[in-house]
Design a protein around this ligand. Structure first.
Ligand code: PLP
Length: 352
């Protein structure tokens, strides 16, 4: 009954979204604050009559708003149903094993190898430095590759690459292969590579509404790049689902991307809680690589990630650990509100 393709499928495992009790949820990097209040005002006035019709298949108003925010043209913007969908189309459109493997860091977003397996693309995981940083020289020729994908800041570690390093990498990387920078966490302190896309036609930058924009529930993401890259993504979309973004999400995305003042305040609070949590844990002898994201990655000698996860879960706090050789002793903790971080700190103090 099942195709061979289906039998070989190894799906991504998303972080838990338990429904059994209420937890302090610090496990899937959602924003602890509500989205722009302008969205509530819009939703109150929605006329259901409008939902009778299909949405704009090109999401033009949304792409215009995103383009304006980044000083680009709408033809440099592709919008999708969550950045996971944009990433999936990206792997399909640009990576082809006949030209070499796609390269990404050994520890990074665990969806990348899933897309590779789904599309039959070969990949190589490139080891990180001892301090868990990405070493971009390892991604350059003579190592063969059909493309590179990097999360910056890297997940689940949180360390960001400086723009100067990305720029000198782009100078040396072959111009006929695509470099993808997944900037899901860029608003929490990294330097965006968006200013480089006018100079490098092979650079694609991907953003999401799920983290800094507090809209994981509407599923929106976008890619920014040269027109040939955007046209390719559009062709892939039109071969899968020509109306992926619903009417409400298009409008909400437009409102959110324009309300920079509101989101700046959220980001500032999250960064300050991140720094407070990092300092407190370091004082208790936890090792915490410097994070530029809305999460930290932390471990303490003698503790396994699984034990930390389980003890905190028993006490009503969810964090994430990865059952992956090399990072098993870490937990990834999403930055919540001050109250949530206080609750976490008192559980950590009591138990570890
Ligand atoms: C959360 C995350 C995404 C997925 O974002 P969605 O827009 O919610 O699909 C993509 N890349 C990385 C690195 C992430 O952490």
């Amino acid at each position: 009954m099942l195709s061979q393709r289906m039998k070989n499928l190894k799906p991504y495992v998303p972080g838990e979204q338990p429904q059994d009790r209420s937890y302090i949820k610090l496990n899937t990097n959602e924003n602890p604050y509500p989205p722009s209040p302008k969205i509530g005002a819009f939703l109150k006035d929605v006329d259901p009559e409008n939902l009778r019709r299909y949405p704009d298949p090109t999401s033009l108003d949304l792409r215009r708003a995103i383009a304006a925010r980044f000083n680009l043209d709408p033809k440099n913007v592709f919008a999708g149903n969550g950045s996971d969908e944009v990433l999936s189309f990206t792997f399909y459109a640009f990576f082809d094993s006949s030209e070499g493997d796609v390269l990404f860091p050994e520890f990074t977003y665990t969806f990348y190898p899933v897309y590779c397996d789904f599309y039959g693309i070969h990949y190589q995981r490139i080891p990180l430095a001892n301090d868990l940083r990405v070493r971009l020289n390892d991604y350059l020729p003579p190592r063969q590759s059909c493309g590179v994908i990097l999360a910056n800041p890297n997940a689940p570690i949180g360390i960001a690459l400086p723009l100067s390093e990305i720029e000198s990498f782009m100078e040396k990387y072959p111009r006929d292969r695509v470099v993808v920078i997944d900037e899901a966490y860029i608003d929490f302190g990294g330097q965006s590579a968006v200013p480089l896309i006018k100079r490098y036609a092979n650079l694609l930058v991907i953003h999401t509404y799920s983290k800094s924009r507090s809209l994981a529930g509407i599923r929106l993401g976008f890619a920014l790049g040269s027109q040939p890259l955007i046209d390719a993504l559009t062709a892939v979309k039109d071969s899968f689902n020509s109306y992926p973004i619903d009417r409400l999400a298009q409008k909400i995305g437009e409102i959110a991307i324009s309300d920079t003042t509101y989101y700046q305040q959220l980001t500032t609070k999250i960064i300050s809680e991140r720094n407070r949590l990092t300092t407190a844990l370091q004082r208790w002898n936890w090792e915490v690589p410097p994070s530029s994201a809305n999460f930290i990655f932390a471990r303490k000698k003698g503790l396994s990630g699984k034990d930390v996860y389980q003890t905190l879960k028993n006490n009503g706090i969810l964090v994430r650990y990865f059952d992956i050789e090399g990072i098993r002793d870490f937990v990834r903790i999403t930055i919540g509100t001050s109250d949530e971080i206080n609750a976490l700190l008192s559980e950590i103090k009591a138990n570890f």
